[in-house]
Design a protein around this ligand. Structure first.
Ligand code: UDP
Length: 402
C-alpha cells in the first residue's frame, strides 16, 4: 500500500520533550517505521519549521519525511498553525494529483483539515487520529485554552466527514460520540511501545526510594501534584524528565514554577529536574526508579505508562483518558483521581513499602504490554483499518454499497 501520514506539527524525526513535541512525534515515527517494515511505501508530510531542512529525508527505517512549506519555516506554536493549513493542503493536493497515495492517515485535527480538503479533491480516502481533543482541553484549561476558537466545531465536523477515525482509547470514542460522531465510524487502535528498546531490568536495590515523571513540562501533566505529594514522603527522590534540555531549564516557565514549589514545600533537595532526554536514554532512566508516576489532569492516551510497563516498573497514574485502558488498577499499578496529591501520597507511601507488590505489578505490566501494545500488533491493526476503508471506497466507486 502507498500510505501517507500527515502530521502538521509533530515531525517524526524531531527531538521530543518540548512544549509541542511529545507522544505524537513518537507515535508517528513508530507507525511510519512499522508500516514500512511491513512492506508499505510510507511518506510522512510535516510542516517545514526550519529553513535548513531538506525537502525530503529518507529515515533509517525506510520511510520518507517530506518537509512541506506551510507558513514561515520557523518554529510556530501549534495553536497558531491554523492559518497555514490551506498552504499545507495545496501542496498535498498538487503532489497527490500527480501521484496519489492509496490512503491518507492524518494526525491531529489541523492535519485532518488539510488532508481532508486535499484528499477529497483527488479522491483519496482519509483516516483521522486526533491525539487530543479541543473539547477536553477547553473543559480543563477553560479561558487559558489557546486553541483556535473554531477547533471544537471543526473537530466535530471532521469526525463526521473523514472516511474513518482511529481513536486511541475508549474515552476518546465517548468524547467523539458526545460531539456528534456515529460510534461505528471509529475503531480503537491504541498507541504502542517499542518493546525492543524498552526492556525490563531487575528491580533496584538499596538507597532512597525513587520516583520518575516523564513528559512535556506543561502544567496539565500534573508534575506539581507529584512535588506536592513528595512533601509527605520523606526521603523519597523524584526525577523529572522533559521540557527543554537541562541547560535551558532556568528559562522554562514551568520548570521555574516547579522549582519555586519545591522551595516552598521543602522538597528542593529531593526533586531533580533533568530536562529533555533522548529516546535511547529513556529505558535506563525508567529502570533506575521504583515507580513511574503519570498523574496528568487529562490525557488523550499517555505513552509513558506503557514505556514503564515495558520496563517492568509499576505505574501510579491518574484515572483519566487512555490510562483507564492501559493501566489496570491492582494489576499493573494504581490509579488515583487527578489533582489529588493527598491521595497520591497515600498510594505511593504504601507501594514504596511493598517491594513484592511492586514486582508483581511490574511483571503483570510487562506481560500486558507484550500481549497488546507492541508496535507490530498496533501496525497490523492500523493496516486492517486501512484495508477496511479501501474496501468500502472500492465498493462505493463500483456502486455496490449505499
Ligand atoms: N519523551 C522523551 N524525552 C523527553 C520527554 C518525553 O523521549 O524528554 C517521550 C516519552 O518517553 C514518550 C513521549 O515523549 O514516548 C511522551 O508521550 P505521552 O503520550 O506520554 O505524552 P504527550 O507528549 O503525548 O502528551
Amino acid at each position: 500500500m502507498r500510505i501517507e501520514l500527515v502530521s502538521e506539527h509533530a515531525n517524526p524525526l524531531g527531538a521530543v520533550g518540548g512544549v509541542d513535541a511529545g507522544g505524537q512525534n513518537v507515535h508517528v515515527a513508530a507507525l511510519a517505521s512499522g508500516l514500512s517494515r511491513r512492506g508499505h511505501d510510507v511518506i510522512v508530510s510535516t510542516r517545514r519549521d526550519d529553513p535548513r531542512l531538506p525537502h525530503r529525508v529518507v529515515a533509517p527505517e525506510g520511510y520518507v519525511v517530506e518537509h512541506v512549506p506551510a507558513g514561515p519555516p520557523t518554529e510556530i506554536p501549534k495553536d497558531d498553525l491554523l492559518p497555514h493549513m490551506d498552504e499545507l493542503s495545496d501542496h498535498l493536493k498538487t503532489r497527490w494529483a500527480a501521484d496519489p497515495p492509496d490512503v491518507v492517515h492524518a494526525h491531529f485535527w489541523m492535519s485532518g483539515l488539510a488532508a481532508l480538503s486535499a484528499g477529497r479533491a483527488v479522491d483519496v480516502p482519509v483516516v483521522q487520529t486526533f491525539h487530543a481533543l479541543g473539547v477536553v482541553k477547553r473543559r480543563h484549561q477553560q479561558d487559558r485554552d489557546t486553541s483556535p476558537p473554531t477547533r471544537i466545531d471543526q473537530e466535530s465536523q471532521l469526525c463526521r466527514s473523514v472516511d474513518h477515525v482511529v481513536a486511541t482509547c475508549r474515552d476518546e470514542v465517548d468524547e467523539l460520540v458526545a460531539v456528534g460522531m456515529d460510534r461505528a465510524r471509529a475503531t480503537i487502535v491504541p498507541c504502542g511501545v517499542d518493546t525492543d528498546l524498552f526492556t525490563p531490568g531487575p528491580p533496584r536495590k538499596g538507597g532512597p526510594s525513587r520516583l520518575l515523571v516523564v513528559g512535556r513540562l506543561v502544567e496539565r501533566k500534573g508534575v506539581a501534584d507529584v512535588v506536592t505529594a513528595l512533601a509527605d514522603l520523606p526521603d523519597v527522590e523524584l526525577y523529572v524528565v522533559g521540557g527543554p534540555r537541562e541547560d535551558g531549564l532556568a528559562l522554562d516557565p514551568e520548570a521555574c514554577r516547579l522549582r519555586e514549589l519545591t522551595l516552598r514545600n521543602g522538597t528542593a533537595e529531593r526533586v531533580h529536574l533533568l530536562g529533555a532526554r533522548s529516546r535511547s536514554q529513556m529505558p535506563k532512566l525508567i529502570r533506575s526508579v521504583d515507580v513511574v508516576v503519570a498523574v496528568p489532569w487529562y490525557e488523550p492516551f499517555g505513552i509513558v505508562p506503557l514505556e514503564a510497563m515495558a520496563c517492568a516498573r509499576p505505574v501510579v497514574g491518574s484515572a483519566v483518558g487512555g490510562l483507564l485502558d492501559t493501566v489496570v488498577p491492582g494489576m499493573c499499578g494504581v490509579l488515583v483521581p487527578p489533582r489529588r496529591p493527598d491521595r497520591l501520597a497515600d498510594v505511593l507511601r504504601e507501594l514504596l513499602a511493598d517491594r513484592p507488590g511492586r514486582e508483581a505489578y511490574g511483571a503483570a505490566g510487562l506481560a500486558r504490554v507484550r500481549a497488546r501494545y507492541g508496535w507490530q500488533r498496533v501496525c497490523e491493526r492500523t493496516e486492517r483499518v486501512y484495508d477496511g476503508v479501501l474496501a468500502r471506497t472500492d465498493e462505493r466507486s463500483l456502486g455496490v454499497a449505499r
